[in-house]
Design a protein around this ligand. Structure first.
Ligand code: GLA
Length: 725
């Protein structure tokens, strides 16, 4: 419920377990009072009054002791008497940058208005939106702050809009999506960082008086940092303590900042990256920031994860696929790379079908004359050397084998050696006169150019119309460098990165609307754009190009903090592993890949019989647990020896799936147990060995872990819920 109390000027966003308070004072400034566990009885109208005034800080509005810098701001301005980090920055016609927004009005709307041109959480029956409008009378600009409360899911989404109601253009230098102040810095910052093939590793850093910045300037949300930050109580764990977090529904450059100021208060913000952003807001126009999702948990990371997973599965993923079990696939990439031969591919497809696979994915190399990374991106027509009888013929055979058919594209890219490049020399991202860098041998198409967007919509529509395609892997394999657009004026060049994203979202919206039955998988060299923005259009993402089971433990654990298993691609691949050379048992590769959308990335036609039999059993096993993994509830489990094992659990009404992976064998190890969580204490569960245990026992004592002299050993248990005798 969202309420406003006239007498105190307090807004209360009251979720199932969370309260969020703001207060407007007599000066019409808007302050942040509280974000935390749900308060039911009274409004905290004493908080602002009780904040001690420090000296050496300017008075505001000529009111003695009215010091904005000491007060928690809801959406802090630049250049007034609060000299901390602002939430936005504008430059006016006269060159000045100071603004002064004061509350004018607000409205509480049932539902949730869409964000024009941008992905955002979808409306639900139990959501309400608060729109607070502020105004800068000197510069004639309106600033609207939007808050949508999803009461049952217990999350809040926020974004900001600026409307130029004056006569002169205004330059927007920054417009954050959300800002929250917390009264103490006795907290840890948690974020997800890494690189290509090493995405989403959890980092936890104690705060001190510093400015922290988690960001991407790569043109995509990036492998380096996910657009997510959390602040946690120092004592907070998986199951205990306060956690405050923000995740940005945006796939381009972002910044998430935490500023610990001199009096120890903390400002936490998220939005588009201000270093690489500028926007000319013309009179009469409105600019819309991306949306931030704010999740508070009173019970550590587990509750945080559950709130994100439920919200994303219910309100973010495309409806048609959000609750639909995903096909088990085989992908040609690590099996064949560019060496695609029709006969071998059909053998791979037949063997895969025999083992229980459901979808065949033809990865890179099927188009133009693409035998390596140096050519053909942009030429989305079939390579007749590789498929002499055409792609229709090949697809027909795949379908006759009994498999669905999927295809790889990388539509945002262009190779210098392509017909598209020769025809449209000005369609690349570039700064005329400057050398543009190759990365993986390719350039980036200028999606800020409407002509390029239209071309992509047409080309992809033709491709998906012409062939019988069930699945598309949409890849994006480089960062943006030497950015500029031939289609933009000089004053618009700073708008490039955001215009690119708006262009991409337009293309994605059109193509996915036109082909609602195609299952789209988002990929950017693995998880380089694993973010809620892409997830709005594409129900699953290839988590990482690293398919090594042990490397995947940390990657998938980090990803699982926010994103549900049904959005996470995980495949079994060959050994020695192609990315890091490690040899792990097939069972462990299977157990780890069963944490998401399961599949194979290896030549299943060229493996020994015993491996085939093991894979057949693996697929049968996954089919039994698929609905629990993809539609059930997920828990990370505590392991007996931290850092040397990972364990997790999925459950639904029928069964519990428990997975455990040991990294290194240790000498003279006593036998250990794995405690389960989330079970019904009084529920009775049938173990794979035929014994029965109650939920309370399984949570108190857990399951016995095998003591084995083997690195990378794993165990998986399926426990059936049974009737109590
Ligand atoms: C990227 C993807 C891989 C594969 C290759 C093909 O690296 O992440 O899965 O599709 O491109 O070139």
């Amino acid at each position: 419920m969202i309420t406003f109390d006239e007498a105190t000027g307090i807004f209360h966003l009251q979720g199932k377990q969370t309260s969020y308070f703001m207060q407007k004072n007599e000066q019409n400034h808007l302050f942040h009072l509280y974000w935390g566990s749900r308060l039911a009885k009274r409004l905290p109208d004493y908080v602002l009054k009780e904040i001690k005034r420090a000296s050496y800080i300017a008075d505001t509005d000529h009111i003695k002791e009215y010091k904005l810098e000491r007060l928690p701001q809801e959406y802090p301005a630049f250049g007034n008497s609060d000299l901390r980090k602002p939430a936005y920055q504008l430059t006016f016609q006269n060159g000045t940058q100071i603004s002064d927004f004061r509350y004018v009005t607000h409205e509480i709307i049932q539902g949730k208005p869409a964000l024009k041109g941008l992905p955002s959480l979808r409306e639900s029956i139990d959501c309400e939106t608060l729109k607070i409008t502020l105004h800068d009378a000197y510069q004639q600009i309106n600033l609207s702050l939007f808050y949508t409360l999803f009461e049952e899911a217990d999350i809040i989404t926020r974004h900001s809009e600026l409307e130029n109601v004056g006569d002169d253009p205004v330059e927007i230098n920054q417009l954050n999506s959300a800002c929250v102040e917390l009264p103490t810095s006795d907290l840890d910052l948690l974020h997800l960082s890494g690189s290509w093939a090493r995405e989403t590793h959890i980092q936890r850093t104690p705060l001190s008086q510093l400015n922290y910045r988690v960001e991407s300037t790569r043109g995509s949300s990036s492998h380096e940092h996910n657009p997510f930050i959390a602040l946690m109580e120092k004592e907070a764990t998986e199951t205990n303590g306060d956690v405050y977090s923000m995740n940005l529904v945006y796939s381009g450059n972002f910044e998430a900042t935490v500023d610990v100021e001199m009096q120890d208060a903390v400002r936490m913000q998220i939005g588009m990256n201000s270093t690489l952003f500028g926007w000319q807001l013309q009179p009469g126009k409105t600019f819309v920031s991306p949306e931030a999702v704010l999740v508070y948990s009173q019970h550590g990371l587990q509750e945080l994860t559950h709130k994100y997973h439920q919200a994303y599965q219910n309100y973010l993923l495309p409806k048609k696929f959000a609750k639909k079990e995903r096909p088990i696939l085989v992908n040609s990439w690590e099996a064949c790379y560019f060496d695609l031969k029709e006969e071998a591919l059909l053998e791979l497809a037949q063997s895969s079908k025999d083992l229980g696979v459901e979808l065949f994915v033809l990865d890179d190399g099927w188009f133009g004359h693409r035998d390596d990374t140096s050519s053909s991106l942009g030429d989305w027509f079939v390579d007749s050397q590789k498929f002499p009888q055409g792609l229709e013929h090949f697809i027909t055979q795949i379908k006759q084998i009994g498999l669905d058919f999927g295809i790889w594209v990388e539509p945002e890219m262009i190779s210098e050696d392509s017909n598209l490049y020769r025809q449209h020399l000005d369609w690349c991202i570039e700064v005329p006169g400057r050398l543009k860098s190759y990365s993986r041998g390719q350039f980036v198409l200028d999606l800020a150019n409407t002509e390029v967007q239209n071309y992509l919509i047409e080309t992809l529509s033709e491709l998906f119309q012409r062939y019988d395609i069930d699945y598309v892997k949409w890849d994006m394999n480089r960062s943006m460098t030497e950015t500029g657009s031939n289609a933009l004026t000089s004053s618009q060049q700073k708008e490039f990165y955001h215009r690119y994203m708006l262009g991409l979202y337009r293309v994605l919206a059109k193509v996915t609307e036109q082909f609602p039955d195609i299952l789209f998988e988002n990929c950017a060299g693995g998880g380089g754009r694993f973010d809620p923005g892409m997830m709005y259009y594409m129900p699953q993402t290839w988590t990482s190009d690293d398919t090594d089971a042990i490397e995947r433990l940390a990657i998938q654990e980090g990803t699982s903090l926010i994103y549900p298993a049904i959005s996470m691609g995980a495949h079994v691949s060959q050994v020695p592993n192609h990315q890091i050379g490690r040899v792990t048992p097939l069972n462990t590769r299977g157990v780890v890949a069963m944490q998401g959308n399961f599949g194979y990335e290896m030549d299943l036609s060229k493996i020994p019989l015993e491996e085939k039999l093991e894979i057949k059993a693996q697929i049968e096993q996954f089919k039994k647990i698929r609905s629990t993994v993809q539609l059930g509830t997920f828990y990370r489990l505590a392991v007996p020896v931290k850092d040397n094992a990972k364990a997790w659990l999925f459950l639904d009404e029928q069964q519990v799936v428990v997975s455990y992976v040991q990294i290194h064998a240790k000498p003279n190890s006593p036998s250990k147990r794995l405690k389960l969580t989330g079970l019904n204490p009084e529920g009775l569960y049938l173990l794979p060995n035929g014994e029965k245990r109650y939920g309370d026992e399984l949570m108190a004592f857990g399951l016995a872990i095998d003591t084995v002299k083997q690195d990378f050993y794993s165990q998986q248990w399926i426990l059936q819920k049974v009737e109590d005798e």
